[in-house]
Design a binder for this molecule. Sequence first.
Ligand SMILES: *Cc1c(COP(=O)(O)O)cnc(C)c1O
Length: 488
Amino acid sequence: MKFTSTRNAQLSVSAAQAILQGLSADGGLFVPTEFPKVDVETMCKLDYCALAENIIGSFLTDYDPTFLKEAVGQVYSTAFGDKAGYVQPVNASLSSLELWHGPTCAFKDYALQMMPRLLVQARKMLGSTDTTLILVATSGDTGKAALEGYKNLEGIEMQVFYPTGGTSEIQRLQMATQEGNNVAVYAVKGNFDDAQSGLKKVFADRDIAQQLAQKGVSLSSANSINWGRLVPQIVYYFYAYGQLVKQQRISLGETVDFCVPTGNFGDILAGWYAKQMGLPVNRLICASNKNNVLTEFLRTGTYNANREFFKTTSPSMDILISSNLERLLYHVSGGDSALVVELMQQLAQTGSYTVPEKMLTAIQQDFAADCADDQQAAQEILLRWQQDSYLCDPHTAVAFRAADACSKAKQCVVLSTASPYKFPVAVLAALGKDVPMNDFDALRALSESTGTQPPVQLSSLEHRQERFTKIIERTQIADAALGNIQAE
Ligand SMILES: *Cc1c(COP(=O)(O)O)cnc(C)c1O
């Protein structure tokens, strides 16, 4: 299986090259040149590890199958307890694919536990001997999931920068208590944009790159556009489908809808790849919060990022540029990379673009879209709890609401991307309860008022020793990267 670039269809690289490089030199994203077809009936019978080995292996044909089997076993048999791909029926037509039983209680663990192993192996396969220094700016979820995924890996070092005025106390503690001999965490004075822009400067600075190169270090990011982050996400669509068949909610071959809380368009795009591989998917419903640029795009064909940015109770979906959409544009245009280049240039220059009518029609055959603001998401949390005794987080709530509004299939699977206990304050408020000031009091209050249990990964943080306490100015990010400031 070869991969090409969304901005240059002539390019051809192996999976290992695509994963090591991350982004193509022409600025495009790596995409597979074909969609491996699988036998759905056979897939439905496999356990999660065997399924992951099969699906991931069908794209990463240059990787040693023994390596893949081992890596997949290490990740999905232990890191998610016995709940990898767990599907919880919610009511007669809705199910919840709970993707938050991993180490950081958010769905990003599925990719960020696997991707680092794929990267280390790609380095071996391609003879790369540099140390890879991974720098991440995070508003919360990504940083912790990346730290857990990359900790203690050979040849890799990682630094995470989070804003002092941006994360919840639980999110901050998740990072400040991080273990591992190759990781460092810094608080950066300011908000997320301050941390992000400070980091972008470091990436763009040739002088810093040179100083690092002299020490045998090359910079990389753990961003969500790497193919190695996307491919593990295809697996759980197949697994969820198999669970519905087992639960006799559908018969084999019947189509279902999937509804996905969407930010960077990675998770939902994995569902589209599953459909191309033969999974009986009716439509993929793209759920957005008040930052509804994707809702508008999927309904009208115009992507317009020139709009106000809102901070919401579903922060991981607060995004105006959804990078992975570029992959879909490439595929539905029939691999017309010249057109993709043109659209992306328009986006960079004017903040907006419109796709040709034919492309929009093709996109709308596979996708529907809806959005919900914070108040509507809160109402949905309350509704699901009162009607179905099902507790969900604000991201998942946005998707439940879109599923209600858009799903026409007999069964709809909502991808539940975070544990409600990651956002105890917003969830308590939605249930109409008094909200304590402290995150851990909120955790206990949520548990008491619903009779559910918080994940131990979160509740145990209250009494853990903080390891990283350094607060820096954003202008010091470069010094941190160069190893001039100790984090501990
Ligand atoms: C990252 C994230 C999303 C959005 O996923 P994309 O792949 O970026 O669309 C949704 N919910 C949660 C909880 C997340 O962390």
